[in-house]
Design a protein around this ligand. Structure first.
Ligand SMILES: *Cc1c(COP(=O)(O)O)cnc(C)c1O
Length: 479
């Protein structure tokens, strides 16, 4: 296949618009010429060539809209198209962030009401919708904790993290200049309470916990855990990225947490995986609300306004109001489903994961064999002929599925982390299970076909390091 640059024909144009009556003015006259580089050497193509170019590119990608995407911890569920309709309504899409409050009442109302929904769903009395992603929410939450302890005049240096934690957790801890202290998980996949007691002391600022955690396990000791940390004067942070498992079922604040972030782009549906935009709102308990980033959106009589009156605020975390279009999608999602629909999200996320787990544990090793929440973690332990997790992941591509998350969480060796999400039907789950079973069978009978996979994708198995260092973006057709 030729590159679009090779298809270029001098003088060929994409569009036909009538000549303008306005006199032409050279850009050099308008801009300082030294900022202009030489003219871009773009290919000259017809409109059809351009359409085919981009459609061909889009078909080389894999997304939730063209197949099952069981990437654990990422909640790659179907994103209803109604979200795209509402977020592109002209009043939202064409509003300008510098518009006055008076002219932004509709947008401010959406932000305000979304805050109210998140308060109801999680039980926290105050929210900031500024953070642009989960990791950004973590940073915000830890900065709030830092300022809280500064305000108390306490110097606490440590943040405790379970060994199953998501990589962004220790990264956020590091960025705020805290020490991260690892707490071991227990044999049931929850936080090791004894190990926690060993490490909690007057230096403990925060325990960061994901609940349900990255093994898909809801921590049965959560109330005791929070009490241990609180008794030592520390705060407990919830990484709420897995909220789809508990929506409408349990409130994060009721579990004893002081701070949480949510991932609107995961739990509340926005296409993600390409790097954003996302939204990672942060909710806090009463005693931390004066530390939230400012402004927050408030309401006085019937007017919505930007409230800058937050005395001990950590400051601004994001320009304007955060990623507004993601908020419109989340708002739409919540309004479309309603409270009953929210509960069904959680029920189906948990049902789907347990259905797949029960079937696949007959073929693959399952380290934590218990009822799971929205995801579960298999491993390559029982596979014959030295077939490993990466081989299984690559072979799945041949069979038309996106690979699960692999080699994470680190506490399961050769982890295969599967999150089917609530939006998949039983037929799809069965097809995926069949593919996984076929691979296990191939591992026994013809291991070379698994070890050499993928065989049916545009490019075969790449040297992942070399591909990242020396990307070859040229389309190489197999034949
Ligand atoms: C996705 C995820 C994060 C990070 O969220 P981003 O929006 O990708 O920054 C943190 N923790 C867990 C458990 C996650 O799944």
């Amino acid at each position: 296949m030729k590159l679009s640059f090779e298809k270029s024909v001098a003088g060929r144009e994409g569009t036909e618009i009538p000549a303008t009556g306005v006199k032409e003015k050279k850009t050099d006259d308008l801009l300082d010429a030294k900022f202009l580089r030489k003219e871009l050497e773009l290919p000259e193509l017809s409109e059809l060539d351009v359409v085919r170019h981009f459609i061909a590119l889009s078909r080389r990608n894999f997304g939730v809209d063209n197949g099952f995407y069981p990437l654990g911890s990422c909640t790659m569920k179907y994103n209803p198209k109604i979200n795209e309709v509402t977020s592109s309504l002209s009043g939202f899409a064409n509003s300008h962030p510098l518009q006055t409050e008076k002219l932004s009442q509709g947008s401010l109302q959406v932000i305000y009401e979304l805050q109210e929904f998140l308060k109801e769903i999680t039980g926290f009395p105050s929210y900031s919708l500024q953070p642009a992603a989960g990791a950004h929410g973590e940073l915000t939450g830890i900065m709030i904790a830092k300022k809280y302890f500064e305000d108390l005049g306490e110097e606490r240096k440590n943040i405790l993290l379970p060994d199953s934690s998501h990589g962004t957790n220790p990264a956020s801890v590091n960025m705020c200049n805290f020490n991260s202290v690892e707490i071991k998980s227990n044999e049931r996949g929850g936080l090791g309470v004894e190990d926690l007691k060993q490490h909690v002391d007057k230096d403990t600022a925060v325990l960061m916990l994901t609940n349900p955690n990255t093994l898909g396990i809801f921590d049965e000791n959560i109330l005791e855990i929070c009490k241990i940390v609180h008794d030592a004067g520390g705060l407990v942070y919830c990484d709420g990225a897995n909220a789809n498992a508990i929506l409408g079922k349990s409130k994060i604040a009721d579990m004893g947490f002081d701070i949480t972030h949510l991932n609107l782009h995961k739990s509340f549906s926005t296409p993600h995986g390409g790097g954003g935009p996302g939204s990672g709102p942060v909710g806090v308990v009463e005693k931390l609300k004066d530390f939230l980033p400012k402004p927050v959106v408030g309401k006085k009589s019937e007017n919505y306004f930007l409230d800058y009156n937050i005395p001990k605020s950590i400051g601004r975390m994001k320009a304007f109001y955060g990623n507004f279009s993601v908020m419109v999608r989340a708002y739409t999602y919540i309004r479309a489903l309603g409270p009953e629909g929210m509960r069904e999200v959680a029920e189906n996320a948990v049902l789907n994961a347990n259905y797949l787990k029960e079937r696949l544990k007959k073929t693959y090793h399952l380290q934590y064999d218990r009822i799971c929440q929205h995801e579960f973690v298999l491993s390559d332990k029982n596979l014959p002929n030295e077939v490993t997790t990466i081989d299984v992941a690559k072979r799945l591509l041949d069979l038309g599925f996106h690979a699960p998350t692999i080699y994470f969480p680190l506490i399961v060796k050769g982890a295969i982390m599967i999150e089917p999400t609530e939006t998949e039907g039983k037929e799809t789950l069965d097809e995926f299970a069949e593919a996984m079973e076929q691979i296990a069978k191939e591992a026994k009978e013809k291991p070379e076909c698994v070890k050499e996979a993928p065989l049916c994708t545009p490019v075969g198995r790449l040297d992942a390091v070399k591909a990242a260092r020396e990307p070859n973006l040229r389309w190489v057709s197999k034949e």
